[in-house]
Structure formats: C-alpha cells, structure tokens
Design a protein. Sequence first.
Length: 416
Amino acid sequence: MGYVTAEAPTRVELATCVQCGLCLPHCPTFRLTGLETASPRGRLMAMSAVLEGFAEVDDVFVEIIDFCLGCRACEAVCPGLTPYGRVLEGARAEIATQHPTPSRRLRRWVLGRALATRGFVSAATAVAAVVQRLGATWILPAAVRRSFTGLRPLAGRERWIGRSAEPVADPLGTAALLAGCVMDPWFSSVHEATVGLLRRAGYRVVVPEAQTCCGALAAHDGHASEARRMARRNVAAFAGFDLIVADAAGCSAHLKEYGHWAGDVGGAMAERVRDVTEVVAELIADGRLPRSELPRGPVAVQDPCHLRHAQRVVEAPRTILRAAGYEPVEIDQDAMCCGAAGTYAILRPDTSLELGRRKADQVRAAGSTVVASANPGCEMQLRSLLGPAYRVAHPVELYWEAVVEMAGRVPAEVDR
Ligand code: SF4
Ligand code: SF4
C-alpha cells in the first residue's frame, strides 16, 4: 500500500541520504545494539523501501521507527543535510494512520487533545500533587512511576498564562512567552526566571491567554492534524510580538518548525522564536544583563537533544552559567540522548533507563552536585536517577538566582 498521508517522507527528502554512515556512531540506538535497522541509515532505508513499494507499514517497520528516540543527533552530523526529524515525524504519521492501535489512539487523545486543554492539565496536576504528597506512587502504572519520581515538588504555584509584566530597564520591545502545557503548572519557577530576566533586560513580557501547547509531543508521535491545529492556534495567539520565547528546549525547537506545521504565517512566526538560553546569552553579551563575580563552583552541563542537535545551540547555556559564577563542566562530548525523549521514557522504559543510567554516571563522574538542563523531560530523567543529593535546574534559574542575589545589593534594579 505504501504511504497514504500528505505527511509521508518524500522521495526528495529521502534521496538526501547518501548512506555514508557518518551518523552511525552518533546514534544511541545503534550504539546500544549495533544493528543497522537501529541506525539512522537503516531507518531511512526502511522509509525508502515503503515509499518504493518494497515494504509495507507493518509490524517490522513500526518497530524500526518506534525504537528511534527522535534525538536528531544523526541530523546534526549529516553531510547530506538529511531532514531526519521531519521524515521521522512523517513516518510516524503514517504509522498512526495505518496502525491505529489502542495505545496510539490513546496517545492521539492525550498528546493531541488533552495536553491542549488547560482544564485537563490542571486536573491531572492536582491528582499528581496528591499522589506526590502522599508518596503513593504505587498507584501509578509501572511505566510512568520512574519518570514521576523526577518531578519537582508540585507546589501549586501561581501560573503565568494570561499575565504580563512591565520592563524594569530601558524598553527593548515586547516579548511573548510560551507557557507550555506542563511547563506552567510543573516548572513555574523556570518561567519566573525567564520573565524576571527579560524584564530586567528591558522587555515587556506577555504570556498570551489564547495560546495552547506547542504540539511537539503530538507531532513527534505522528498526530499531524492535532499538531497543525495547535500550531494554527498559537500563530494567532503570538501575532504582533517582537520576540517569542520558549524556556523548554523541546518547545522552542518545535516552534521554530511552524513553517511546516502552519504554512507561511507559521514560518513568519518561527523567525521570531528563540530559546530562552539564546536570548539571555545575547543579553549578557550586550551588557543588558549582569555577570556575577561570586564563584559558585562547578555545574555539570547536560545538553538537551532538542537544544543541541535540533537547534544547534551549544554555547549559550554555558555563557549563562559562567555569568552566574558557575564553572561549566562537560559531561559528554558525544552529546548522547539521556533517554527521556518525550514519551519514550514511558513507551520504551528499558532503553530509556539504560541511556539514563549512562548519563547519570557521567554526571557523577563530573564531580558536581548541581546539574544544568534546559529541557523538562531531561531534568526529570536525571533527577529520577540521581536522587535528592543532586540539584537539577534550568540554566536560567541558576542565573536568575545570581541576578537576584546581586540585585540584593542594589534592590531597585530588580522587581520580582
Ligand atoms: S543520514 Fe546522513 S550521515 Fe547518515 S548515512 Fe545518510 S547521508 Fe550519511
Ligand atoms: S534520531 Fe537519534 S535515535 Fe533516531 S536515528 Fe537519529 S541519532 Fe538514532
């Protein structure tokens, strides 16, 4: 039958792979198994085989594609500029259409509908907070239990969506913040740091009420029509702002691809999107944000795949940490995925755990009990494996603490 949807990998896209194999040593699933079918090249060949009618979207194909983490380490090193992330999403869209198993239908609803519904996320957060407070993780399905232990305390802090804040320096413009589906209720202190820093640099910050989940998790799992619907809603919600900021690397990477998900208007919006680490590092370089001279010791730097591989942002988190007074410590020159990978930790718990343990060992070897990670999934994965002796935080949170401390000496500079 071949492919049946408009999302399918195209011949032009697949032809960019010249099968050189340079990506193989960078691929976590190939490194774990040594199997060609678990490599980027093998997966692209499987996609081509279906396109040319030599294979079907059957159980074998599903296994080859679903074992992929979507980390895009292969894409970052590919000399042929193969758009691996795009064709992977296309292959997953085919699977979701041609293999609509009960699990995939449930995921379509959760990732494509429920996460975009604030009432659902609020209710789920309230239940999760009770489970967390009672320590009753035994009631959770085994697949989500470990990820759950990596959650921050669900403190019921105030959310940011619908709010705005005035600048406390010479005006630079208006920045809009993506609240995110779970960033707002689960990681609100990252938003607090982001809003605080943008205001301190001169931005008026708006968190538009009409926005929704960015759609990354739906897109990665193949639920294309839901991802398009969310993208269109966000394009309308974020119209007219000078700058659009996301403080979860997976979200900023996806917003930058709205040209695919929402056409020309999506492309125009994508040009104004930046990850918070890019923005803050530039504001530090411009002297709009300060540098701390107080040494704070080493910090292990974990590079989220969707920051390093998908957006090619490497130096910015390190610049921010240095400006906070930390000494960044490299933990993994190969920048392998930590195994969180969105829903992968739940769908493929064994592989996720194996990769997570390797990353946790690298952190331990770095000799720092503070870890910086710019993506919530990676943060939860690391916290669940490192335990309470380690602090895992977003780089902008660590920097914001330093800025507030500096402002303590000059109180008028920062209005929290
Ligand atoms: S995906 Fe890129 S790096 Fe990998 S085999 Fe194909 S051309 Fe080579
Ligand atoms: S996205 Fe990651 S896991 Fe998937 S083929 Fe590329 S390097 Fe391998």
